[in-house]
Write a protein that binds this ligand. Sequence first.
Ligand code: ARG
Length: 400
Amino acid sequence: MGKETCVLAYSGGLDTSALIPYLRENYGVEVVAALVDVGRAKDLEMLRQRALDAGAVDGVVIDAKEEFVRDFVFPALAANALYEEKYPLVSALSRPLISKKMVELAQERGAGLIAHGCTAKGNDQVRFDVSIRCLDPAIRVLGPAREWNMTRPEILDYVAARGIDIPLTKKNPFSIDENVWGRTIECGELEDPWEAPPEEAFTVTIEAAKAPDQGEEVTVGFEAGVPCTLNGERMAPVELIDTIDALGGRHGFGRIDMIENRLVGIKSREIYETPGALALVKAHKEIEDLVLTRDLLHFKRGVEQRLADMIYDGQWFSPLADALRAFVANTQTRVSGEARLLFYKGSCTVRGRRSPNSLYVEELATYGSGDRFSHESAKGFVELWGLPLEVWARRERKAR
Ligand code: ARG
C-alpha cells in the first residue's frame, strides 16, 4: 500500500511551506501542494517550485480569479456585503472557493485528506473546515498549525533544519492575505489598537494627504447588478476591479481600520485596503436606491447583513446562504445604470446616478413647475396615517 495523499492549500508562505515536511513526518502522508490564484499573486511558478523543494510530491497552480469574481465576489457585491458594516469580506469570500478547488483536486487524486495552514485563533480555519465538510463530508480536514505550537522563529528553524530555503526577502512584520477584492493586514504593531497603522502596512493606497490635488471622476456602469463598464468602456470583471482599485488607491481612498469581532470570540484590530470593493459597493447601492422600491430596499438591508454574517462565519455553502443569495439575485434584474464617483484625497463621493429603470419621477419630486403630485391626496393620507396615534394620544390625556 502506498502512502495516503493529502492535498495542501498552499500559499507559498513560511507556515504552509513548513507544513509540507510536517505532514510527511507526523501524518505519514504524501503532500500535493495546491496554490489557488485568486488575484494579486506574484510569481506562482516560483512558489510551486518552493513547494516541490520542501518535499511535495506535486505542486499545482490553479487560476481561479475569474471564477472567484463571478461566483463569489459579484454575488457578495449584489448583497452590498460588508461585515459589521465595514469589511468587504476579502478573505472570507476566497476561503469557500479555495475549499472547492481543494475538494475537486482531492477527488481527482483520490486523496482523503485536505490540510490548511490556519491557526486556531482565526476565522479562516472555520471557513475551510466547514466549507470542505459541506462539499465532501468524507474528506478529513487537517489543520496542524492549530496544534504544532511553534513560534515563528521555531518554524524558521524547523524548515532550516530540513534544508528548505525560504528567502524571507523583506522582513514583513505583518500577516497579509490578498486577492482581487482587497488586502488584509494583521499582527505586528497593529496589535495595539491605539497605535495608528504605519505607512509600510499599505501597498495599494497612498496617504490621503499625499494624494493628488486634482480629484478624478469615474463612471461605473452596471447591468443586472454586475459592474460591466468604467467610463463607458466595457471591461472584463477582474480588469474592471483592478482598474477601479488602482484608481481609488492613487487618491488615498479605501483604507479601513477597525476593531472586528471574530467568530472565535476574539476582538481583533484589522487593517484593510479595499478601494475597489468599497467604491463598487457605493456605486451599486446608488443604483439600487434609484431602481428598487422602498419596501424592497429596506427588507434587502436585513438580508444583506445576515448574508454578510454568514459569509464571515464560514457558512457560504449552507442552504440558508444559498436561499438568501437567490433572493438577492432576484432583486438584481433591474439594477442597471450608471453611477458617477469622485475620488479626491481619501474620499469617494457619489456625484450622480442614472438608470433606464429609474423610479425617480421628476414631476413627482419637483418643487418647481410641472408638478404632478396630488397635494390634496396628501392631506387625506396624512390624516389617516396619523389617526391611530391621535386616538392613542387623546386616550392618554384622559387617563392623566
Ligand atoms: N479578519 C479577516 C477575516 O477574518 C482577515 C483574515 C485574514 N486572514 C489571514 N490568514 N491573514 O476575514
